[in-house]
Design a protein around this ligand. Structure first.
Ligand SMILES: CC(C)(COP(=O)(O)OP(=O)(O)OC[C@H]1O[C@@H](n2cnc3c(N)ncnc32)[C@H](O)[C@@H]1OP(=O)(O)O)[C@@H](O)C(=O)NCCC(=O)NCCS
Length: 299
């Protein structure tokens, strides 16, 4: 087959599919056991505000902050406001029932990815291809390509998924060998994508922590993340997970009608400067299980 005479055409602003403006209705379980209801267009920021940040509600300040007990992504501000009004009219017993159902459906389990997950993982990744500059890919990978990529990551580094109580994919994180040249054998490139309807609920942290633990146990020395710039949530996330930004390319990707940058975030996984032991791709199953148990808060 002849190779094409030109590279890909640049993607334009019109190629970016619109994202519904975020709006949430939610309940918080306060320290004294009571439930607070509200709506917000930034769940992460609002939770932070309720727990000691600025502009929290008087109620949560007086009742000791709170943890998320219910959250529903709405179709917009007015939908969220209507649902908040309806929520506030519920009896305590009805709110408790709602919170119990939500907790059951949103109990997230972290497990190793399997080849059968390729289709849902592909679906989640393609959402970001179409809607976001978090990835610099223009076109959709096929499910077969995703499966091959998944199997390579599982064999050589790590691939974990987060699933909810109904078995739906809430996110995934993976790591691949950074480079084929031998001297790079102790470096892995990490990445993570969460369901856009479940951001800021701690899923990314649990996924990434499991991947980083697996890499460390296998004997990798560095986790390296290439993060689009701008991508403030991902930059904040990598910082929160202990990564340091070591480098920045200011104008290295073109997507949706604009030039973007690329940041190099690195997390050392081992101490010292001596010669490293070879990475061992096969972890003893009990070691893997212990990492996954920790990711699921079981020990
Ligand atoms: C980046 C991403 C994986 C984070 O996952 P998440 O589940 O939303 O994040 P978590 O709730 O686990 O947050 C962990 C920490 O990251 C930081 N963080 C996450 N989202 C943030 C945001 N929107 N703003 C500021 N900080 C944020 C916080 O410091 C948070 O700290 P905490 O644990 O004390 O609350 C998620 O936003 C995502 O999937 N984004 C789209 C895809 C993407 O950009 N992937 C990265 C490609 S390199």
């Amino acid at each position: 087959m002849m190779s094409p005479r030109t590279g890909p055409a640049p993607s334009t602003a019109a190629d970016c599919l619109p994202v519904d403006p975020p709006a949430w209705v939610y309940m918080l379980r306060c320290a004294d056991g009571s439930l607070y209801s509200g709506w917000t267009n930034d769940l992460a920021r609002r939770l932070h505000a309720h727990n000691g940040g600025s502009h929290g509600a008087r109620y949560t300040r007086a009742h000791g902050g709170g943890t998320l007990a219910y959250a529903l992504r709405c179709t917009g501000k007015s939908d969220a406001m209507h649902r908040e009004t309806a929520l506030k009219k519920l009896s305590k017993a009805e709110k408790e029932a709602l919170a119990a159902t939500w907790a059951k459906e949103n109990t997230i389990t972290i497990r190793l990815a399997a080849p059968e997950d390729a289709e849902t993982i592909n679906g989640l990744y393609c959402w970001y291809v179409d809607h976001s500059t978090a990835t610099y890919q223009y076109g959709h990978p096929t499910v077969d390509e995703t499966r091959a990529d998944l199997c390579l990551a599982l064999e050589k580094a790590a691939f974990v998924v987060a699933v909810d109580g109904a078995g739906n994919l809430a996110g995934y994180a993976c790591a691949h060998p950074w480079h084929t040249r031998e001297a790079f054998s102790w470096d892995a490139e990490t990445t993570v994508y969460c369901d856009p309807h479940r951001l800021s609920l701690g899923v990314g942290r649990r996924l990434y922590t499991a991947v980083l633990e697996i890499l460390k146990a296998k004997g990798y020395w560095n986790a390296i993340a290439l993060v689009a710039d701008p991508n403030p949530p991902s930059a904040a996330f990598h910082k929160a997970l202990g990564f340091t930004r070591y480098g920045r390319e200011p104008r290295t990707g073109y997507k949706f009608g604009r030039w973007l940058g690329l940041d190099y975030w690195v997390l050392p996984l081992q101490e010292g400067t001596g010669a490293p032991a070879p990475v061992h791709y096969d972890l003893p199953p009990e070691e893997l299980e212990a990492i996954l148990r920790r990711a699921n808060g079981e020990n």
